[in-house]
Structures are given as structure tokens and as C-alpha cells.
Design a protein around this ligand. Structure first.
Ligand code: 5GP
Length: 188
């Protein structure tokens, strides 16, 4: 079986983080790449677990050193995938990236053979609005910006290899695990 780069995207609040945690618990052949960001940690987020929280100055220095496989700016903050971690871990594991649409397409372009793009969508936009409000970590303005972004991201779904509706966490997790197993068995 080959090791693959699994990119999981989907709008803010769709449950990507929870799904990724469940995938990692269930399948020991998977590891998650922790991205770097210049955004401030949310309540409960830990450095090195959810993200590496770094300054804009450090982020710029790391861009200059070509340290990121891909990076992008969202809502005024930078987010990037550490290149060395991904390249090293791919030798022994399949690597999950939880990144946005632009980053996903960049990763696919750079590592097209081993990259599988999976988009997680909400059962409905209303549902997502309720989930984002429940999280309560953003201001009204930030939440509105994120909801506008939702529409854009969902429009990109046809560019993905798979689109999975997160209607039930366990069911969705099993669907993604099956996709990963099938992809790992492919010989390319
Ligand atoms: P949040 O602030 O909600 O954690 O993330 C905002 C957006 O940044 C999400 O769409 C998330 O998928 C994306 N993101 C997180 N890490 C990365 C990364 O390393 N690269 C890119 N391109 N996007 C990322």
C-alpha cells in the first residue's frame, strides 16, 4: 500500500477538526500535519497541537526560506504547511492536511500523484450557521466574513476528488476511512 497526502477541506465550523481527530484515533497509519499560523489561539487551542502559533515576522522569514509546502492568507492571518514535516512523514505514513481550497489545489499541483482531495460539506448552510454561532469564538463581523467564505468554498467542490456530507460524525468518519483505504490500495 502506498502512502498518500490526504487534504481535508470544508467551510469553517463544518466539523473537520473533530473528524480528523476521529480518523487519527482509528487508523495508526495516519498522521496529521500541524500548520503554522499567525492567528491568535482560540480558547482551548494548544501550540503544537492545533497549530504552531508564530509571529508574522517569523512567518515571513520561513516563507523566504521556502519552509512551507504551501501557504495562504485568510481573514488577515497567514496559514502554512511545514514542508519538511510532510516530506519526512510521507516516507512511513499517510499525512492529513486540514487546509482550505486554495492550499488544497496548490498541494495537488505540487504532489499530484499522491494527493487526494476530500471536501467535507454541511448538510445545509443553516446548520453551519448554528454551529458557528455555538462556537462563539468569533465576533459578528468575523462570523459574517466566514459565512461568505462558506459559499465560495462550497462552489469549489467540483475540483475535489471526493465530497462528503457531514450529516453524522461516525458515518462520515467511516466514509472517509474507506476512501483513504481505497486510495492507498491504488497503484499509480
Ligand atoms: P481557522 O482560523 O478556522 O483555524 O482556519 C481558517 C482557514 O485556514 C480554514 O479554512 C483552514 O482550513 C485554513 N488553513 C489551516 N491551516 C492551513 C494551511 O496550512 N494552509 C492553508 N492554505 N490553509 C490553512
Amino acid at each position: 500500500m502506498r502512502n498518500i497526502l490526504i487534504v481535508i477541506s470544508g467551510p469553517s465550523g463544518v466539523g473537520k477538526g473533530t473528524l480528523v481527530d476521529l480518523l487519527l484515533q482509528e487508523d495508526q497509519s495516519l498522521v496529521k500535519s500541524v500548520s503554522c499560523t499567525t492567528r491568535a489561539p482560540r480558547e482551548g487551542e494548544k501550540d503544537g497541537v492545533n497549530y504552531y502559533f508564530i509571529s508574522r515576522q517569523e512567518f515571513r522569514a520561513r516563507i523566504a526560506e521556502n519552509d512551507f509546502l504551501e501557504y495562504d492568507e485568510h481573514f488577515g492571518n497567514f496559514y502554512g504547511t511545514p514542508r519538511s514535516f510532510v516530506e519526512r512523514r510521507l516516507r512511513t505514513h499517510s499525512v492529513i492536511l486540514e487546509i482550505d481550497v486554495v492550499g488544497a489545489l496548490n498541494a495537488k499541483r505540487l504532489m499530484s500523484k499522491e494527493t487526494v482531495l476530500i471536501m467535507v460539506t454541511p448538510p445545509s448552510s443553516e446548520e453551519l450557521e448554528v454551529r458557528l454561532a455555538a462556537r462563539g469564538s468569533e465576533s459578528d463581523e468575523e462570523r459574517a466574513a466566514r459565512l461568505r467564505r462558506v459559499r465560495y468554498e462550497l462552489e469549489q467542490a467540483p475540483l475535489y476528488d471526493y465530497v462528503v456530507v457531514n450529516d453524522d460524525l461516525q458515518r462520515t468518519k467511516n466514509e472517509i476511512l474507506q476512501i483513504i483505504r481505497n486510495e492507498k490500495e491504488k497503484t499509480i
